[in-house]
Write a protein that binds this ligand. Structure first.
Ligand code: UDP
Ligand code: MG
Length: 311
C-alpha cells in the first residue's frame, strides 16, 4: 500500500497541533489512506515542538522536527519534503485554512496517475482589503513575468515522489515552492478549494514581511527588473537624441542659454534613474552573493525518534 506524507509547516502553532493532527488523521483514516504527519516546527518559540513530541509518543504516524531558529515557511516546506518517506507528499498549513478533506481528492487524483496536484483557491477567504489589493498586484506582476497564473495558487499541493526528488535536486537556497512546482513540470492537475478561517491564533505575516516576500520571490524567479533597466535606458537615449537636436538647433539659431529649469529637471530624472538601476543591480548582486555562500536552507535542531533521516 502506498504511503502519503503530509508535511505541515508550523511556526508557533502550539494550540493548533493536536487538533490539526486529529482532524487530518481522522479524515485520512476514514478514506483508508496510509499516512504519516510530518510537523516541521520552524524554530517555534512556544510549545509547538513539545506538542508534536507528545503526540508522536502515542501515535507512530506523527513525526516532527524542530529548526534551530525561524527559517521561514519555504525552508520548512523543503525540510518536510526531504524528510518525507511517502510515495507522495502533500503540503498543508497547520491552521486548517486548507481544508483537509481536499487531501483525499488530491490523493485520488494521484492514484489516477497525476504527479503534481495543485490546490487552487476558489475564493481568497477572509482577508483585509489591503491584503487583497497587495496580493492582487504582486501576483499580477509575478504571473505576467512567469507566464503562469499565480493568483489562485497556494502552497497546498500534493506531489509524487518523482516531483519531490526533482524539487530537492534544485540547489538554490532561495526557493519559491508555489512557482517551482509549476516549473518542474510533470503531469499536473488542479483541485479547487475554499480558504477557511484560521483555526486558532493569528497569521504570522506582517506587512513588511509580505513586501520582502514579494521582492525576494520576484527576483529569485525572474531577471525582468534587470531587463527593465535596459529598456528605461533605451527610452532615455531616444529622448535625449530628440532633446539634443532641439538644443543644437537653438544654439545655431542663436536662441540658446535659458532653459535652466530643464537642466535641473533632467539632472534629477537621470540621477534618480541611475540610483534605482544601481539599486536593482545591487539587489541581484546581493542575491548572487547569498547563493554563492551556499549555506544550507535550514538547520535542524531535533527530530522525533520515529523520523528516520533519508540519505
Ligand atoms: N509558517 C511557518 N514559518 C513562518 C511563518 C509561517 O512555517 O515563518 C507556517 C504557519 O505555521 C502556517 C503556515 O506557514 O502553518 C501559514 O502561515 P499563516 O497562517 O501565518 O499565513 P497565512 O495563512 O495568513 O498566509
Ligand atoms: Mg493561515
Amino acid at each position: 500500500m502506498s504511503l502519503l506524507s503530509v508535511v505541515i509547516p508550523s511556526y508557533n502553532e502550539e494550540e493548533n497541533i493536536a487538533n490539526t493532527a486529529e482532524v487530518i488523521g481522522r479524515i485520512l483514516s476514514d478514506a483508508q489512506i496510509d499516512y504519516e504527519l510530518l510537523f516541521v516546527s520552524d524554530g517555534s518559540t512556544d510549545g509547538t515542538y513539545a506538542e508534536v513530541c507528545r503526540l508522536s509518543e502515542t501515535d507512530e504516524r506523527v513525526k516532527g522536527l524542530q529548526f534551530s531558529r525561524n527559517f521561514g515557511k519555504e525552508a520548512a516546506i523543503f525540510a518536510g519534503l526531504s524528510a518525507a518517506g511517502g510515495d507522495c507528499v502533500a503540503v498543508i498549513d497547520c491552521d486548517l485554512q486548507h481544508p483537509p478533506e481536499t487531501l483525499v481528492d488530491m490523493y485520488r487524483l494521484w492514484e489516477e496517475g497525476y504527479e503534481v496536484v495543485e490546490g487552487i483557491k476558489s475564493s481568497r477567504g477572509k482577508e483585509s482589503i489591503f491584503y487583497k489589493m497587495f496580493a492582487g498586484i504582486f501576483y499580477g506582476i509575478m504571473s505576467s513575468l512567469m507566464k503562469m497564473n499565480l493568483n489562485a495558487t497556494s502552497d497546498f499541493k500534493l506531489l509524487d515522489r518523482k516531483a519531490v526528488e526533482a524539487l530537492l535536486s534544485l540547489n538554490e537556497s532561495n526557493t519559491f515552492f508555489r512557482a517551482l512546482s509549476f516549473w518542474v513540470g510533470f503531469k499536473s492537475t488542479q483541485v479547487e478549494y475554499d480558504v477557511k478561517e484560521r483555526a486558532k491564533g493569528k497569521s504570522k505575516w506582517s506587512f513588511s514581511g509580505l513586501v520582502k516576500y514579494a521582492i525576494t520571490n520576484t527576483t529569485s524567479f525572474t531577471t525582468a527588473p534587470l531587463r527593465l533597466i535596459g529598456i528605461v535606458g533605451f527610452v532615455m537615449v531616444v529622448f535625449s537624441i530628440v532633446l539634443g537636436i532641439q538644443t543644437l538647433v537653438n544654439y545655431f539659431i542663436g536662441t540658446a542659454v535659458e532653459g535652466f529649469t530643464t537642466v535641473i529637471l533632467l539632472l534629477l530624472l537621470i540621477g534618480g534613474c541611475i540610483m534605482i538601476s544601481l539599486g536593482i543591480i545591487g539587489h541581484y548582486l546581493g542575491r548572487i552573493y547569498e547563493e554563492v555562500k551556499n549555506r544550507p536552507r535550514y538547520i535542524v535542531r531535533e527530530r522525533t525518534g520515529n523520523l528516520t533521516v533519508r540519505k
